[in-house]
Design a protein around this ligand. Structure first.
Ligand code: NDP
Ligand code: 2IT
Length: 449
């Protein structure tokens, strides 16, 4: 187990004490602090003026009531969150998650990760995250719309293209962004397109934003494979989830010649040895909003649906966890290693437990952490902001080219930083340190704020 540097121990103790019970937030902070020992050994001034303590404390945390009326006329109450974590590099930027599991600790872990991820993109965006414990599953169009309107009625006073720019995450896709933008525009009487990203193409969205996270994660893994003289061609891949990130990961892997044989949702997973039929997944998930079990029912014969169980028991060369945090445990990692996995790229945020990451790194498996591997989504959000600011709209090709270049750059920066700090091949360390150094340099310039 990596040890926290003794200078950082009291900082961690204070984070744990002050944010009691927020286990995912603790997990995210511990991972970053484990990497920072090497930075402050070389550049001790980054520990001055309580810089690291300030980095671990959000600049602002907003929690609000979201009342709305369901189709039966009953009043429902949810809780809304926005954690504006760090604005050293630009306006707070990060998604909104609507899922019943959402609580302050989860939003804080996501916001904290977002600081370093956004810094790695090299684009001018700070870190934030928000969401609600609202469960969109089984809700009608009208209920989702009324919820989004009520949520934005409060949130709008905290947003702005130079202040805070939300986007989607779990449970928030194009439909929800449309309702949120509509309500923002109505309440403020401003067509401020740069206040949200992930918008529809007809009202200021960017081409390739929908695809960006999955495409970007696949580019990142492709760069990792290339360092070992390997590529995706002919390789068996497993991608967990079947939402936005998973779908476009599957699409890009297929374009690169790989074969995705399994994907999942929170109920179970499907295995299709002949390669997942992506059009069918898109129809089931994006249009009909049904369960992934429908895939096996519709496809028949050679396809299996396994209720519960672990998708990581399916032997593969490349694994891309793209559903949610802590979905891949140490036991799952051991199964993957035993079955010969060569690369793991985190499409989701923190999907691998610390135990799992240790297993992969110990076994010499190429491991791309989420804050680097899945940064293509937020990077393309920043490109959407750029297009909005210049009232321009780029082609798909131009936008994807920019995305591919950004992902290559993130890969190389992580690899070079890991090398510079004496841990070649450790993308976790490389990502944490490279992200930190950018944010820390700006925070230092601003003095104590
Ligand atoms: P979606 O809502 O589109 O899809 C989420 C998928 O993950 C669904 O298949 C869902 O299954 C599954 N899932 C969600 N929660 C759980 C859970 N508790 N247990 C098991 N499966 C679960 O979300 P996205 O694809 O946008 O997000 C997936 C991950 O990628 C998240 O970690 C998100 O933070 C991260 N991410 C997203 C980005 C984006 O641009 N959208 C950018 C970078 C990272 P079910 O339908 O059964 O709930
Ligand atoms: O986790 C993430 O990076 C996202 N959900 C995307 C955030 C964004 O602002 O595009």
């Amino acid at each position: 187990m990596t040890k926290i540097d003794e200078k950082l121990e009291p900082i961690l103790a204070e984070v744990l004490r002050r944010n009691a019970g927020e286990t995912e937030f603790h997990q995210a902070v511990i991972e970053v602090l484990e990497s920072l020992g090497r930075v402050i050994a070389k550049k001790p001034y980054y520990a001055d003026h309580a810089l690291i303590e300030r980095l671990c404390e959000p600049e602002r945390q907003i929690i609000f009531r979201v009342p709305w009326v369901d189709d039966q006329g009953q009043v429902q109450i949810n809780r809304g969150f926005r954690v504006q974590f760090n604005s050293a590099l630009g306006p707070y930027k990060g998604g909104l998650r609507f899922h019943p599991s959402v609580n302050l600790g989860i939003i804080k872990f996501l916001g904290f990760e977002q600081i370093f991820k956004n810094a790695l993109t090299g684009l001018p965006i700070g870190g934030g995250k928000g969401g609600s414990d609202f469960n969109p599953r089984g809700r009608s169009e009208g209920e989702v719309m009324r919820f989004c309107q009520s949520f934005m009625t409060e949130l709008q006073r905290h947003l702005g293209e130079y202040t805070d720019v939300p986007a989607g995450d779990i449970g928030v896709g194009g439909r929800e962004i449309g309702y949120l933008f509509g309500q923002f525009k109505r309440l403020t009487n401003r067509y401020e397109a740069g206040v949200l990203t992930g918008k529809g193409l007809v009202y200021g969205g960017s081409r390739a934003r929908t695809e960006a996270t999955g495409f970007g994660a696949t580019y990142f893994v492709s760069s990792m494979l290339a360092t070992k003289g390997m590529d995706f061609d002919g390789r068996k891949c497993v991608v967990s989830g079947s939402g936005n990130v998973a779908i476009y990961t599957i699409e890009k892997i297929r374009q690169f010649g790989g074969i995705v044989i399994a994907c999942s949702d929170s109920n179970g997973y499907i295995v299709d040895e002949s390669g997942i039929d992506l059009d069918l997944v898109k129809e089931i998930k994006e249009i009909r909003r049904e369960r992934i079990s429908q895939y096996a029912r519709r496809k028949g014969n050679d396809t299996h649906y396994i209720e519960g169980g672990s998708i990581w028991d399916v032997p593969c060369d490349v694994a891309m966890p793209s559903a949610t945090q802590n979905e891949l445990t140490g036991k799952d990692a051991r199964a993957l290693v035993k079955n010969g996995v060569v690369a793991v790229g985190e499409g989701a945020n923190m999907p691998c437990t610390p135990d799992a990451v240790r297993e992969f790194q110990g076994a010499g498996v190429l491991f791309g952490p989420g804050k680097a591997a899945n940064a293509g989504g937020v990077a393309t959000s920043a490109l959407e902001m750029q297009q909005n600011a210049s009232r321009d709209s780029w082609s798909f090709e131009k936008t994807e080219e920019r995305l591919a270049a950004i992902m290559r750059n993130i890969h190389d920066t992580c690899a070079e930083t890991a090398e510079e700090y004496g841990a070649p091949g450790d993308y976790v360390l490389g990502a944490n340190i490279a992200g930190f150094e950018r944010v820390a340099a700006a925070m230092t310039a601003f003095g104590v704020i």
